[in-house]
Design a protein around this ligand. Structure first.
Ligand SMILES: [Fe+2]
Length: 388
């Protein structure tokens, strides 16, 4: 009977076509007129950044574009963004893109006001004061970054990822428009969708889960799991796209109030070292961590399998948890996510470093089962040896 607090600082607007009303939502969170639009080259290439820029200018906003964000966003790029935001005297930051763009925009918002490098604010609650309002517009159904209070940035010198966790970086508003994902390639739909599923599973099973985050996590899984294969196979399936976007946002709400756990710790370790896309990295370790964790909380893992129809009501908890392991492996295979063993960069000589980096991740203590550096090393071996 633990105490818990639940607050949601982000106004969530979800629906097809809402992108076209972005200017209205910005007016809800700022009286100012200067908008820094943080996005990436991909958004520029497909013309979405320009479409938004025109919409905002038409509505009286002065817009500065910042496109220097790459997957697994880098510390130096965020510092450059912070400088751009400061010199422009930005009133509101708008992030248009996937999780990398939204995470970079969160760091930029901090650096605009407080200066320095993103590393200066790593950890929990280290942002010293308010920042300008952030409006997040996700273009993938995955990270849930539009509703979370965390930002994962890569330290380029140390080749590790670190996280800024602070309620002050939670977006003031999220505009979640499933139509923005219609053109997403299958591989990106698959990897970001798996990230969302991992958020829901880790939020539900981690030590910091609470009754509200549990409800959100289960609901998120019900949206994501039955629609992921369809969204990958047929990107034009509007219903699957809508369900995936809804599920990923709910999963974001769940894990921002609980935590992620060891799947993310391992994924961030290889993301930092090899620059592996986040969703792919998560997918590589999910079955092994479920297998490892199931003995600590067999019931909850079995409940996931039952809720998703992977196991029947009559199956024992351990059989249901085993069925979950098997199914997440199959799912990754069906949606063509590569295994860790097929990752070109992966080298056994790196496993000591990767295990240490995973163990030192701030979410390791949240894992359902106590996990040591040695355990992580064994899990890297296991994932590396087993061909899915
Ligand atoms: Fe994630």
């Amino acid at each position: 009977m633990d105490n818990f607090t639940f607050d949601l600082p982000t106004n969530i607007h979800l629906g097809n076509g809402l992108f076209n009303k972005t200017a209205d939502y910005i007016s809800n969170v700022t009286d100012g007129s200067k908008v820094l639009l943080v996005t990436d080259e991909g958004m520029e290439k497909i013309g979405l950044a320009d479409k938004l820029l025109k919409q905002l200018e038409k509505n009286g906003f002065e817009v500065k574009l910042f496109t220097k964000v790459v997957p697994n966003p880098k510390d130096a790029d965020c510092a450059e963004g912070g400088e751009a935001a400061r010199s422009f005297e930005t009133d509101c930051i708008v992030a248009l893109g996937g999780g990398s763009v939204i995470d970079a925009a969160k760091a930029i918002a901090v650096l605009q006001i407080h200066g320095g490098m993103p590393q200066d604010y790593a950890g929990r609650g280290n942002v010293p004061g308010p920042v300008k309002p952030l409006v997040a517009i996700p273009t993938t159904a995955g990270t849930g970054a539009e509703v979370t209070r965390s930002s994962v940035i890569t330290d380029t010198k140390r080749k590790i990822k670190f996280t800024i966790k602070d309620v002050r970086i939670a977006p003031a508003a999220a505009i979640i428009d499933p139509e923005l994902t219609y053109g997403l390639p299958a591989s990106l739909t698959a990897s970001t969708g798996m990230d969302a599923l991992v958020h829901a599973i880790e939020a539900y099973t981690c030590k910091l889960s609470n009754p509200v985050s549990d409800g959100l996590a289960i609901q998120a899984m019900k949206h994501i799991y039955p629609n992921l294969r369809q969204a990958v196979e047929d990107g034009a399936n509007e219903e699957a796209r809508y369900q995936m976007m809804t599920g990923s946002t709910i999963a974001g709400m769940a894990f921002s109030h609980a935590d992620v756990a060891s799947v993310h710790c391992m994924a961030e370790a290889i993301g930092g070292l090899y620059d592996t896309p986040h969703g792919v990295a998560n997918s590589m370790f999910l079955p092994y961590i479920i297998e490892f964790n199931a003995e600590a909380d067999t019931y909850k893992h079995a409940e996931i399998a039952r809720t998703l129809g992977i196991a029947g009501e009559k199956e024992s908890d351990s059989a249901a948890a085993a069925a979950l392991v098997k199914e997440v492996k199959q799912l990754a295979k069906d949606i063509k996510i590569p295994s860790f063993s097929s990752l070109m960069e992966a080298r056994i000589e790196d496993f000591d470093y990767l295990a240490k980096s995973s163990f030192e991740n701030g979410s390791t203590p949240s894992n359902a089962r106590e996990i040591s550096e040695e355990d992580y090393k064994n899990l890297f071996y296991k994932a590396f040896k087993e061909k899915l």
